[in-house]
Write a new protein. Structure first.
Lengths: 164, 212, 201
């Protein structure tokens, strides 16, 4: 990912008030993880699987932090059980996913693209797809506000020119 | 004969009001609710999420002692969380694992154990924890050992990890509590009461009004 | 007279153990600012205030139930008045803060700005203790009397439109409010109402 776009993601998160990041990296997004890990305004926790990650983020919310879960498209499938069960506690959680498998992706990741939106719909997790770099910060800010008001996970899927 | 319900009662007598407890879905949450501490704890947390949620809470509130009352099945499901605990090294986190060596709630009931979990065989959770860099890891097999380990864990800097081997079957005790849950909360009510409890302890706002 | 001033009078005259039911909108926010309490059930949905109050009054006949209603709200479900009257309740104080408008919805006139007269409608439904207050002194007198004597009291308070600036926002959403209210009744009545058989919602 171009560093400028990665910076837009990190700034968008910071401006939205996010201060606790949990993640497992995606190759196209690694710049974001690196920037967050070295940014003192975030506490970054790298986890072993995304289901664990969702739980850590939930715990941090109860402790007063504003968490974000940064996971790969494939990672969403692993996180599914925890995310679906997060509804039992109805807490806010911003989920940011580099949306792989779209046209323009040099790798064949069609299966992840096929599963992602139906999966989010099945879990009743609202989401926004960002395709332009100029929309990154605004969408992150809007989705963070949403998640706090609706007390449920909300996802930002970054793809197209915003990702490549 | 080491009963999980008895260990929970012993633990309840040792934990103070300013400590935060996280319990997983199932009998442990029932036993914990019976001690009257349910509404000031995070209870009925979904499978595999107990210890990682406690970790997130501990990292968010580093000055506050956080205890996870986990189980073998939950721990095994998200085993990698021990790796995260071992590297984050939260001094305020104590993880207690009630290890009954079987998937009891997924079993036949009627006083019979469920299918064995990995800890019935070769898996040693204490060794796994040590392998993750959690040096304060121990296994206890009776009430006296449990009490000593918990006392140490609650007093010293953590992270500490206590595997408490318990009887394979204790659903009868849990069943009694389930039928008369008295103070029991559903997960939605528990969320509200837990977050309001933390808001009072920490004197800050965490949950602004959501939508009804 | 201003609605907020009427509510202030009520808050000062109210027994702390009285159960209070209020409808969505500025009424709930104003009341919450004056008497926040787990004994309040706020943000009751449009048209249901009186009915919810009636249900409470019937099931807890020894508790005082105060209903804070709005004109538009009550007009939505006039049948409630008839049903309440036929119950011959002895523990209800039903106050309508009649600003002759749908204030929460933008301020259009309600029927009471025209020919509708809620006090007459209440009498026609069979409610005996009916008062209309256009000034604060009379409202105070009527409210105190109603709160201090058994019976089914109906007080229409003709108020101006508009709220108070800088009201604190409500901190509880409807779900949390449900739990708080139900647990309050459990505590004060010594009975179990919420019986979660399973933890899942």
């Amino acid at each position: 990912m171009e560093v400028g776009k990665a910076r837009a993601v990190v700034e968008g998160l910071r401006e939205a008030g996010v201060n606790f990041a949990v993640g497992l990296p995606d190759s196209q997004f690694h710049e974001v993880y690196e920037l967050i890990a070295e940014d003192p305004s975030f506490k970054y926790v790298g986890v072993g699987n995304e289901a664990e990650g969702a739980a850590v983020a939930m715990g941090a919310w109860f402790g007063g932090k504003k968490p974000v879960l940064l996971i790969a498209t494939s990672g969403l499938l692993v996180a599914t059980f925890s995310l679906a069960r997060l509804h039992l506690k109805e807490v806010p959680l911003l989920v940011v996913i580099p949306y792989r498998g779209d046209l323009g992706d040099p790798r064949w990741m069609g299966i992840y693209k096929k599963l992602t939106e139906p999966m989010l719909n099945a879990m009743d997790i609202p989401y926004e797809v960002v395709k332009q770099p100029g929309e990154i910060k605004k969408t992150i800010g809007g989705c963070q506000a949403c998640t706090e008001r609706w007390l449920k996970p909300v996802a930002v899927l970054i793809t197209g020119e915003a990702l490549w | 004969m080491v009963k999980r319900s008895e260990l929970v009662k012993i633990f309840a007598s040792m934990v103070t009001d300013n400590m935060l407890v996280v319990t997983p879905i199932g009998a442990t949450s029932n036993f914990w609710e019976q001690t009257g501490r349910g509404s000031s704890s995070l209870t009925s947390v979904s499978l595999g999420m107990c210890t990682p949620t406690a970790l997130g809470l501990a990292l968010a509130l580093p000055h506050r002692r956080v205890i996870a009352l986990d189980s073998d099945g939950n721990m095994i499901l998200n085993l990698c969380s021990l790796g995260t605990v071992g590297n984050e090294k939260p001094r305020n986190l104590t993880v207690i694992v009630f290890d009954n060596e079987n998937y009891l709630s997924g079993g036949p009931g009627k006083g019979k154990p469920g299918m064995p979990s990995a800890t019935a065989g070769n898996m040693d959770l204490e060794a796994v924890a040590r392998g993750c860099g959690i040096t304060k890891a121990t296994t206890v097999r009776n009430e006296a050992e449990f009490k000593m380990a918990v006392e140490k864990g609650l007093k010293e800097d953590g992270p500490s990890f206590i595997v408490a081997k318990v009887d394979q079957v204790d659903l009868k005790e849990a069943k009694v509590f389930r039928e008369d849950r008295g103070p029991g909360q559903d997960t939605r009510e528990n969320k509200y009461s837990f977050v309001r409890h933390i808001e009072r302890l920490e004197n800050k706002t965490i949950l602004k009004r959501g939508v009804s | 007279m201003k609605r907020f001033e009427c509510l202030k009078i009520l808050a000062s005259a109210l027994d702390p153990s009285a159960l209070m039911v209020a409808n969505v909108g500025p009424i709930s926010r104003e009341w919450n600012a004056l008497r926040p309490s787990d004994a309040n059930l706020l943000q009751v949905n449009l048209g249901l205030c009186a009915a919810v109050g009636m249900g409470l009054a019937i099931s807890l006949p020894h508790r005082q139930v105060v209903i804070l209603d709005g004109d538009g709200n009550l007009l939505l479900n006039l049948a409630s008045l008839a049903d309440m009257a036929n119950q011959e309740l002895k523990n209800v104080v039903h106050i309508v803060l009649d600003n002759e408008a749908y204030e929460g919805g933008g301020g259009l006139r309600s029927a009471t700005a025209g020919k509708a007269n809620l006090a007459l409608i209440a009498e026609g439904a069979g409610i005996k203790n009916v008062h209309v207050a256009t000034g604060l002194d009379f409202f105070e007198k009527a409210a105190r009397e109603a709160l201090q004597s058994a019976g089914h009291h109906f007080v229409v308070a003709k108020v101006e439109k508009g709220s108070v600036p800088e009201l604190p926002t409500l901190t509880l959403d409807g779900k949390e409010a449900k739990y708080r209210f139900a647990r309050y009744i459990e505590r004060t009545e010594g009975k179990q109402i919420l019986k979660p058989r399973y933890t899942h919602i």
